[in-house]
Design a protein around this ligand. Structure first.
Ligand code: HEC
Ligand code: HEC
Ligand code: HEC
Length: 467
């Protein structure tokens, strides 16, 4: 072999090795990118934090459950997790050292594909470790602190349904994103008394953490029937749609850390799928939550004019108490006529979904606690009024804005309604019964044992007549 031929062969081999290396690196990079996407679509960062250090509290009627550190820290996170450990967590709710509560939505994730779990694992292990524990721990009362109890729950409520048998690849993708990655049903599907998802009420709306996760079925009045496909896409991408609806509570968080990162095709698939599920009329709503597109009023832009309008409104002869409250606390941002300043991200109240909804709960949450400054479309913060105003005043403001801007005919909320909306959820009766029984059972067993011992002791003791 001439040295030239040798050199050229050597060159070819080096080239091949470099190419193989580059392909591998590319595959790894693609895998990490896919894992990041799966994590976004699944809302992992919504609960475990952008740095995966955990700490988010899931409030349940049984107590607070704290999301774990899932950064690849070997001491405080999941640095020791093999791929299958992650699969067991996601599909069965079983971590290497303990069973998890269903506050971690494995009942939905159980349908995740192998490929998505592979990618998620690679991505998780590629993140920076955070070597600290969340600053609070999960504390549930007896008997719910016994994690083995979850076995019974998992057996009774195996979780989100299997994917529907549809051929259309877009609808299949939509169903997968909704049911399994996006775990929409974990918040939007009503639950039975033991917190199992009710398949017969699929996505018909449910309360979470004091917020209503609304009806997502295509019912024209109670659900998303009046929403354009684009409204759904915009809402999931930006947290608001066409100046009539804004995400403010748990959904704002999920949009921010999750759905806003999805690509156009996936958002369109979610919207398309939601339009095909069975419509369920939940009864209470009497007009579409957001007005159909032809009836929407486009707000005039009042930027810079509000101060003059407020002076003028105050100068009018004795405005009634509700209007005064509104001028004092709301008009500076939302405008005297409720048209907001959309270009500065202060939303219009005219036709606002929060005011048109029959259930006032989400509105009362916003009035009491405000809306934290969103990183979503750079929305500024709205202050909460629970410390400044009485429950009666909050009810008055809710009634005034619902009837003035929200197209509601009547609104008679009282201080008691505000009280109720802001109080933490009670434990449902069956769970409370379970708790009482769990306490009663050992006490019963102890009492029974004492009785037997006492009886045995009595028999042993020589009776007085024998003495
Ligand atoms: C709704 C909030 C929520 C979402 C969304 C969520 N988790 Fe969790 N996760 C939790 C909570 C709460 C716990 C702790 C449960 C417990 O203590 O039983 C947990 C526990 C875990 C654990 C167990 C860690 C340990 O303690 O050993 C892992 C792993 C995990 N989550 C990964 C994920 C991944 C990956 C995703 C996204 C696919 C995800 N989680 C999405 C709330 C959530
Ligand atoms: C952590 C609980 C949670 C999860 C998970 C969740 N949502 Fe929501 N969603 C809510 C809540 C609560 C609201 C009410 C508005 C708010 O929070 O600001 C809402 C509002 C909405 C709305 C607006 C409906 C209306 O009538 O105003 C849409 C659309 C929506 N969610 C779609 C989805 C989709 C699609 C998914 C899954 C990809 C999903 N949500 C997952 C809790 C959740
Ligand atoms: C400092 C400015 C500011 C003040 C004062 C203010 N808001 Fe807001 N409000 C906002 C902003 C900003 C948002 C939108 C937040 C977002 O989209 O993330 C908002 C959102 C809302 C929403 C929609 C929430 C939803 O869930 O869709 C309603 C309703 C509302 N405000 C009513 C009021 C009322 C009534 C008052 C007076 C008690 C008031 N606001 C006072 C800035 C303000």
């Amino acid at each position: 072999m001439t040295s030239r031929r040798l050199l050229s062969r050597l060159g070819a081999s080096v080239g091949a090795i470099l190419l193989a290396g580059a392909v591998l690196a590319d595959t790894a990079a693609l895998q990490i990118e896919r894992g990041a996407y799966v994590a976004r679509a699944s809302g992992c960062l919504s609960c475990h934090g952008e740095d995966l250090s955990g700490g988010y509290r899931v409030e349940t009627p049984m107590g607070t459950i704290v999301a774990s550190n899932i950064s690849p820290s070997r001491t405080h996170g999941i640095g020791g997790y093999a791929r299958d450990d992650l699969a067991h967590v996601l599909r069965r709710g079983v971590a290497p050292d303990r069973r998890l509560y269903p506050a971690m939505p494995y009942a939905s994730y159980r349908g995740m594909t192998d490929a998505d779990i592979d990618a998620l694992h690679v991505w998780l292990q590629d993140q920076d470790p955070v070597d600290t524990a969340p600053d609070h721990a999960t504390e549930l009362p007896f008997p719910f602190n016994i994690r083995e109890g979850v076995v019974a729950w998992n057996w009774l409520f195996p979780g989100e349904r299997d994917l529907p048998r549809v051929d259309d690849p877009v609808l299949r993708r939509g169903a997968y994103l909704v049911d399994h990655l996006g775990h929409c049903g974990a918040c939007h599907t009503p639950r039975n008394a033991f917190f199992g998802m009710r398949d017969d009420r699929y996505l018909a709306g449910e309360e979470v953490d004091g917020w209503l996760a609304p009806n997502l079925t295509p019912d024209p009045v109670a659900g998303l029937g009046a929403w354009e496909t684009q409204d759904i896409i915009d809402y999931l991408r930006t947290g608001h749609a066409d100046n009539v609806v804004q995400a403010a509570g748990p959904m704002a968080q999920f949009v921010q850390h999750g759905t806003r990162h999805l690509d156009d095709a996936d958002l369109a698939a979610i919207a398309a799928y939601l339009e095909t599920i069975p419509a369920i009329d939940t009864g209470r709503q009497d007009m579409p939550v957001i007005p159909p597109v032809g009836e929407r009023i486009q707000p005039r832009h009042l930027y810079g004019q509000i101060r003059a309008e407020m002076t003028e409104a105050r100068g009018r002869s004795d405005p009634a108490e509700p209007e005064l409250l509104y001028l004092d606390h709301c008009a500076a941002c939302h405008g005297v006529s409720g048209e907001g300043q959309p270009q500065a991200y202060y939303p219009p109240l005219v036709q606002n979904a929060a005011l048109r909804r029959a259930e006032p709960g989400n509105l009362l949450q916003v009035l009491a606690h405000g809306v934290p400054a969103g990183k979503l479309y750079r929305a500024p913060a709205m202050p909460g009024f629970v410390d400044e105003l009485s429950h009666h005043q909050i009810a008055t403001l809710a009634n005034y804005t619902r009837t003035t801007f929200g197209d509601r005919q009547v609104s008679n909320l009282t201080a008691a309604d505000v009280e109720r909306a802001l109080a933490p959820d009670d434990m449902p009766l069956p769970l409370r019964t379970l708790q009482v029984l769990a306490w009663a059972a050992p006490i019963g067993v102890l009492a029974g044992l004492s009785l037997i011992i006492w009886w045995l002791a009595r028999r042993r003791r020589p009776g007085p007549q024998e003495g």
